[in-house]
Write a protein that binds this ligand. Structure first.
Ligand SMILES: *Cc1c(COP(=O)(O)O)cnc(C)c1O
Length: 383
């Protein structure tokens, strides 16, 4: 049995690999043509799976999809132009008007907006449940078509026992999907725990270099075939060959990067726990829940109300201020900035988030340099 890290570093399955290239070629074409009439007819009849048009399939994209399916322990995968492209295509492939979705509270802000602004008006009902209810109530999912999960989520980092919830869902015939962007397959493989579909914003740790917006969904051959037949071609949020190339490049170092993110997160945790101005820390790690084997670099904390958050933010020198996360660079994001955001369907307002909450995406810089930066900014925040 080859180790996962070795597989990600070496797997190449395209014919072009036979030319001795160690990276997949970027097949920059919209179209694939046929030798003769019979070849065209055979493809149209589904007797071959030769690529025909890049909106539907492309060899460079297929290479990334094979790697992701293998990394998550799934049977098949589809790359998308963004995490939201993947999430929308997955949800819409498995619910119909009149059906109901059970969703976790504190779901990613734009997934919440998708559900409220587009899915609900289609006549699909959505209920939000506290994350603990999914594992404590075996019959919670009764009557739902779909359970939309995140564990850990990306703001308050709450976790659930995905294997147990998958078991309850199976009993009630409910399709399950979970956003695995935080853990990545390095720290959690939900498909192997019984979850039907695993989603990623590949813009975060999978890409890891803050240069790509992309998404991916992984699952059984049958579930993935449904998305490939229905929502991938008809909504059209396909992954571009060049982006797929960048993502395959990134997967080679995913294990290394996650190990470093974890080491830095551990370094921070040790120090944050001794910091009287930090009241709560949200940073699940190995053993927080069955199936989770590591601690990612995305964490949040709640400051003492005496800390002036704008002043703290302006004092940061290495940490930059910004949304997104999972890249090489460390980022800070104060909840205040989004809590006060006007406009429809603010998930932070709906589910309740402390105005003293700060999210940190710990990057690949030296851990002690990062801690010194955080600490000096905190001193300025109370000065
Ligand atoms: C960023 C993010 C998404 C959306 O992904 P995009 O690639 O930005 O479309 C979905 N889920 C989580 C948890 C995210 O952080």
């Amino acid at each position: 049995m080859t180790n996962d890290e070795t597989k990600l570093a070496t797997l190449l399955t395209t014919p072009a690999a036979g030319h001795g290239t160690v990276t997949p070629p970027i097949v920059q074409t919209s179209l694939f043509t046929f030798e003769d009439y019979d070849g065209l007819v055979a493809r149209m009849a589904g007797q071959s799976d030769a690529p025909i048009y890049t909106r539907v399939q492309n060899p460079t994209v297929a290479e990334f999809e094979r790697l992701m399916a293998q990394a998550e322990g799934g049977e098949a995968a589809i790359g998308f132009a963004s995490g939201m492209g993947a999430i929308a295509a997955a949800i819409l492939a498995f619910v119909q008007p009149g059906q109901r979705i059970a969703c976790v509270e504190h779901v990613y802000a734009d997934t919440y907006r998708l559900l409220e602004r587009m899915v609900r008006p289609m006549g699909i009902d959505i209920d939000y449940h506290p994350i603990g209810a999914f594992e404590d109530q075996p019959d919670l999912l009764k009557g739902y078509a779909l359970a939309y999960l995140e564990s850990p989520n990306s703001l308050v980092m709450q976790v659930m026992d995905l294997q147990r919830v998958a078991g309850y869902a199976l009993r009630h015939g409910v399709v399950t999907m979970t956003d695995n962007s935080w853990a990545t397959p390095v720290f959690q493989r939900p498909f192997t725990l019984g979850i039907d579909l695993v989603l990623h914003s590949a813009s975060k740790y999978i890409g890891g270099h803050s240069d790509t917006v992309a998404g991916v969904v992984i699952g059984s051959a049958a579930h993935i075939a449904r998305i490939r037949d229905l929502t991938l071609p008809l909504l059209g949020a396909k992954l571009a060959p060049f982006e797929a190339f960048l993502l395959t490049r990134s997967l080679r170092t995913l294990h290394l990067r996650m190990e470093r993110h974890q080491a830095t997160a551990d370094h921070f945790l040790d120090r944050l726990r001794q910091e009287p101005l930090v009241h709560r820390i949200h940073s699940p790690g190995p053993d927080a829940v069955p199936g989770l084997t590591g601690r990612a670099g995305l964490m949040s904390l709640e400051f003492d109300p005496g800390v002036d958050i704008p002043r703290f933010c302006n004092a940061l020198r290495i940490f930059r201020l910004g949304v997104s996360w999972g890249g090489f660079e460390s980022l800070a994001l104060p909840a205040q900035a989004s809590l006060s955001q006007a406009g429809q369907h603010n998930s932070m307002q709906r589910f309740g988030v402390s105005p003293h909450l700060l999210r940190l995406s710990l990057g690949l810089e030296d851990p002690e340099d990062l801690w010194r930066d955080f600490h000096q900014a905190l001193q300025q925040g109370i000065a």
